[in-house]
Design a protein around this ligand. Structure first.
Ligand code: ATP
Length: 250
């Protein structure tokens, strides 16, 4: 589904991502792990079009998406969540989803804010999609609540809803279980499995190793921007280079 070849992002002398080559298979859960600063978020930024690669290529479903803008990548079927879920706290959860949908699929802020007849026509459809997404992530009951009043775990679920509202085929989840308790982590892992059952492909960055080891079909390990290992959870757990760079310190 996604072919990444020699992907590189340099900041001056520092390579945040360095010649990473990997393939994300359709219908799978693919995890990217590694120590702090290993390049995981930058890797997501490059794939999702938030940042431009210094070198390398990204091919999604046979189409070269290298260098496309984030809104173009979103419209082609890749969406993402962020480590921190930014919401308009004084707006309802469902209104956050509607605005989030526009922000993700349009190129200019004016296009998002302007109250054009076309946007008003789209609004009803958008609202319906937002409600469907909230239902999918189990948040229908908080749809009309102010976003500032919901829990951290519910914010995480809103992030999932934002990501699926654009009807992607590949979803990149950046620390989907960051800041939630172990019981809630299990619930979020179940939600990720449900996404895959509904035909989505998932790539996630996460520090919670129990979650990754039970959830992922395949794991890519980054260290100082380089891919140091790739394989099944069992292979990764037994890999000396990974234990040395990352798992040993867990
Ligand atoms: P974490 O697990 O802490 O979120 P990460 O694996 O996601 O870390 P990145 O945030 O991708 O790592 O950062 C990779 C490297 O690139 C780090 O050394 C970071 O300091 C550097 N870096 C990231 N963004 C920039 C930037 N805009 N300018 C300069 N250096 C940057």
């Amino acid at each position: 589904m996604l072919e990444v070849r020699n992907l590189t992002k340099r900041y001056g002398g520092l390579s945040a991502v360095s010649e990473v080559t990997t393939t994300i298979e359709k219908g799978r859960i693919h995890a990217v792990i590694g120590p702090n600063g290993a390049g995981k978020t930058t890797f997501f930024n490059l794939i999702s079009g938030a940042q431009r690669a210094t070198a390398g290529s990204i091919v999604f479903e046979g189409q070269d998406v290298t260098g496309l803008r984030a809104d173009q990548v979103a419209r082609l079927g890749i969406s993402r969540t962020f480590q921190t879920t930014s919401l308009f706290d004084m707006a309802s959860v469902v209104d956050n989803l509607i605005v989030g949908h526009r922000l993700r699929t349009r190129s200019g802020l004016l296009d998002v804010l302007v109250n054009s007849p076309r946007l008003r026509r789209e609004e009803a459809l958008c609202r319906q999609k937002a409600r469907e997404a909230l239902d999918f992530v189990g948040l229908s009951h908080v749809a009309n609540r102010m976003a500032g009043d919901i829990s951290q775990e519910e914010r995480k679920r809103v992030a999932f809803a934002l990501a699926i509202a654009t009807e992607p085929r590949l979803v990149l989840l950046d620390e989907p279980a960051g800041g939630v308790n172990p019981e809630e982590t299990v619930g979020l892992a179940d939600l990720i499995r449900k996404m895959v059952r509904h035909g989505l492909t998932v790539c996630l960055v996460e520090h919670k190793m129990d979650m990754i080891m039970s959830l992922a079909d395949r794991i890519t390990v980054l260290n100082y921007g380089e891919k140091i290992a790739e394989g099944t959870p069992a292979e990764i757990r037994a890999n000396p280079a990974v234990i040395d760079a990352y798992l040993g310190s867990e």
